[in-house]
Design a protein around this ligand. Structure first.
Ligand SMILES: [Zn+2]
Ligand SMILES: [Zn+2]
Length: 167
């Protein structure tokens, strides 16, 4: 990482790298758009919609989209049907990266998430069950990938959850 000089394919402005426990993405605030790795979409968004997006982008073989923010080659402009209509993205099959507007991203349903923490009120058994569920969920997600950097970030997240449970 550390390649912070990526440019927006629409306005040529510098992209801001955002990082969290789920992964990373590059944002252009003026264009309300983001470059999001397919792996991140799979973690955050509905599996069916993301699979369709990726299959369409990989199979398109068209230089119909904007230049990829990573390799600068033309990406493939794809549109998939989602519950709220359609979502479009410029997908680079080589970099496994999608460039999409916030509006398109918002139309791709989110994957269910664990409930937010109100652990202080929980009885001890429930705290343990909650912690086990979180650890098990992340273990399954890490197993799907081979990304040490991400595994470390995830374990930091787990450590934070555990410390909150201890309060
Ligand atoms: Zn822009
Ligand atoms: Zn690319």
């Amino acid at each position: 990482m550390g390649r912070l000089d990526r440019r927006c394919p629409s306005c040529a402005g510098a992209l801001a790298l955002h990082r969290d426990v789920v992964g990373h993405e590059w944002r252009c605030e003026p264009c309300s758009s983001a470059g999001v790795p397919i792996s991140r979409l799979r973690r955050e968004r509905d599996a069916v919609a993301v699979s369709q997006l990726w299959a369409a982008g990989r199979g398109a073989g068209l230089a119909s989209g904007l230049p990829c923010i990573s390799c600068s080659k033309p990406s493939s402009r794809v549109t998939v049907h989602v519950p709220d209509g359609e979502a479009s993205a410029d997908v680079c099959a080589r970099c496994q990266l999608a460039w999409l507007s916030d509006a398109s991203l918002a139309r791709i349903p989110e994957r269910p998430r664990p409930p937010s923490l109100t652990a202080n009120e929980l009885p001890p058994e429930a705290k343990v069950a909650y912690a086990q569920a979180i650890v098990s969920m992340w273990r399954d997600r890490i197993r799907e990938e081979n990304d040490r950097e991400r595994a470390v970030a995830v374990m930091e997240g787990v450590a934070e959850v555990v410390s909150r449970l201890a309060r």
